[in-house]
Design a protein around this ligand. Sequence first.
Ligand code: PSV
Ligand code: MN
Ligand code: MN
Length: 393
Amino acid sequence: MTTLNSIAGQLDGQAIELPSWAFGNSGTRFKVFATPGTPRTIQEKLADAAQVHGVTGLAPKVALHIPWDKVDDYSALREFAGDLGVALGTINSNTFQDDAYKFGSLTHADAAIRQQAIDHHFECIDIMHATGSQDLKIWLADGTNYPGQGDMRGRQDRLADSLEQIYARLGSEQRLVLEYKFFEPAFYHTDVPDWGTSYAQVAALGDKAMVCLDTGHHAPGTNIEFIVMQLLRLGKLGSFDFNSRFYADDDLIVGAADPFQLFRIMVEVVRGGGYGPANQDGSSPVAFMLDQCHNVEDKIPGQIRSVLNVQEMTARALLVDRAALDAAQTAGDVLGANGILMDAFYTDVRGDLAAWREGRGLPADPLAAYAASGYQAQIAADRVGGTQSSWGA
Ligand code: PSV
Ligand code: MN
Ligand code: MN
């Protein structure tokens, strides 16, 4: 049996990017609950994200959503983040909140609106140069609600053309990741509904275009780890948006709804070479990001819980005795092979990870350390007045 000691080194350097929007108020279409201390600016969101990194050592980057996190000077924002001990990460474009995009953005039949959406992505690439970000993440709300409403083929062709123009603007170190989602906000057809469509679109672009897999964007019962395996096999898994779901795109804390699924995903990530330091040819490994909203729980502890969940399942995945598993699989030992996987899954790594943290100057219990820090009371007292930032604001 592999012990945590033998894989501890592989946990060093694990980085899970936090979404800036997880720190703002969010809710459902019924109610957005205000929480005392909610950031009013992107600078305050960065300060909160730095708290998560400070107690876990796992979250050195923060993803921005444009225009939610729009500022005048991105180089200054980069410096501000650096002073807090974090860096700016993925830039997320947003073509889902303007009236102009009611019938689509990069797929729109009207050339002027399509150009507006392309120009927005050019602006995002300019921002990436200033922030030092590697990835431009594109998620499109494009789709239709009724059969016959749009020409699905024409929309796919226009999407390919739009992406080609955006791709051509990328710097040599920059990547484009295309996120898929099977439904919502469109309910009849979505223009990038599945990994196959995303793969087909990015494969036509080139090496710097990859697929983004959001764990909440699949139909119930989908074998997500199979998709992870296939995309890694094809060299096209660029990034994860981690979260968990019970029903639709719930955006709950990763690993909360189905820890076993997170484990199975991480097993395939490790198996497929998607985990670890940058590849020797300089290409990046898979980027791990959270895409969550905290509707009723405190946001900073919610993010701390999330990155710890990812670390725990990564550790358990690294504990899988690969040689024994290969042998059992080859021998057709069905229950033996399954037992080897389950042994790793059922290993409680929490005590060992607390020791791992202490060995690196981090608190053994990050949630307790955050609670004891007084930060939550401080921001609740300080951040009065102004407009609390919320999802989409
Ligand atoms: C869409 O549901 C999505 O997962 C995309 O990643 C967006 O950018 C994000 O949510 C916004 O929260
Ligand atoms: Mn997402
Ligand atoms: Mn989503």
